[in-house]
Ligand binder design. Structure first.
Ligand SMILES: Nc1ncnc2c1ncn2[C@@H]1O[C@H](COP(=O)(O)OP(=O)(O)OP(=O)(O)O)[C@@H](O)[C@H]1O
Ligand SMILES: [Mg+2]
Length: 339
């Protein structure tokens, strides 16, 4: 039992939890968000936008943040018209079957939109604490066509400006042949056109590789590259260093100001991916906690192994070299009329 004059101890903080909750608005996030913000608008012809980048760059985190920011921005509109949901996030299901399960996918969208489309609009709004949309539940429709119609209607009625589809490679990976591939993306495109909702497809480089298989698709999609921070670009090294500093400041007592001196090895080990950096630091914090105090040993043990790093790097190099040359947009020279 505590004595009356005994000082109350502050609640112990859980370093891993604090790091997990931390969100850094770093340079790449700002760049990609700003490009998406510019390209997402009512009446846009870009029905499909593709966000590609290495695993662990922070694509899922960015996508969720985009949707939360759109809901926050549309808060007054949502409060005035309870039916409006400006943005929706879904993860494309990996069904484990040969073909992509559109049924499961449509159901996921419907559950984000509020399945019972006849529900009183009063039920929709923004939760004051979380800033997220509050939606009623319950499923409707059984056949694939009924589901699709319900999705179309839902997106239109809720005036969804953009739908983020994370892990979008699942939609086309389970598809054989360019023709089928085009049909899959055509389905999304027509959904977008029917509802005036832009589709933001998010994934690792495999998504880009799949889409670039078809010239038709390549022509119609706008690609945004969520790149890693590269150690051969001074501005990237600086921006990555700012992320390490932000993580250091989040838990000053744990690292004791010792983290930023390891920026270079951290950049090398995590391949300049902020999500991977976060995972390494969370592990390091856990190991430090178990050991009783922080030491560089905890950090070393938390790093990716050389085999892991090599595997991820191979994927990055493949992706960057595929996206790289084609990503450079060249303005054709305009011939001037003589005289
Ligand atoms: N900007 C950020 N600030 C702090 N932590 C972040 C940030 N971005 C990502 N993280 C953390 O890194 C982890 C991995 O990020 P995320 O899942 O977004 O990466 P990803 O690019 O989607 O990876 P994958 O391609 O494997 O799906 C997340 O658990 C998240 O907490
Ligand atoms: Mg992800």
């Amino acid at each position: 039992m505590s004595q009356p004059n005994e000082k109350l101890q502050p609640p112990a903080i859980d370093p891993a939890r604090v790091l997990t909750a931390k969100r850094i608005k770093h340079t790449r996030v700002t760049e990609v968000m700003s490009e998406l913000d510019t390209l997402i608008y009512t009446g846009s012809q870009d029905s499909i936008l593709l966000v590609c980048g290495p695993t662990g760059a922070g694509k899922t985190t960015l996508s969720r943040h985009m949707v939360e920011a759109a809901l926050e921005k549309g808060r007054s509109q949502m409060e005035a018209n309870g039916g409006v949901i400006p943005a929706v996030y879904v993860e494309a299901p990996s069904s484990g079957e040969n073909n992509f399960s559109w049924r499961l996918f449509y159901r996921r969208i419907l559950s984000q939109l509020g399945d019972d489309l006849e529900a009183p609009k009063m039920l929709y709004g923004v939760d004051n604490e979380t800033g997220r949309a509050i939606r009623p539940r319950n499923a409707t429709g059984n056949s694939l066509a009924a589901l699709r119609t319900a999705v179309e209607r839902g997106l239109r009625e809720r005036q969804v400006q953009f739908l983020v589809i994370d892990e979008a490679a699942h939609i086309i990976r389970q598809t054989r042949g360019n023709h089928r591939l085009e049909i899959q993306l055509d389905t999304l495109k027509s959904l977008a056109n029917q509802c005036g909702t832009q589709m933001v497809l998010v994934g690792s480089y495999d998504l880009y590789l799949l889409v670039s298989l078809s010239a038709q698709l390549a022509r119609r999609t706008h690609v945004l590259h969520f790149e890693r921070y590269r150690d051969d670009r001074p501005e990237d090294v600086k921006a990555f260093g700012a992320c390490v500093l932000a993580f250091e400041r989040t838990l000053l007592n744990l690292w004791g100001g010792q983290l930023t001196q390891y920026t270079k090895p951290l950049l090398e080990n995590t391949l300049g991916c902020v999500g991977t950096l976060s995972s390494v630091l969370i592990r390091a914090a856990k190991l430090a906690e178990a050991a009783g105090s922080w030491s560089v040993d905890s950090l070393e043990r938390a790093l990716l192994t050389e085999a892991q790093r090599k595997r991820i790097l191979e994927e990055i190099i493949d992706g960057e070299s595929a996206i790289g040359p084609s990503f450079t947009r060249v303005m054709p020279k305009i011939k001037r009329a003589p005289g």
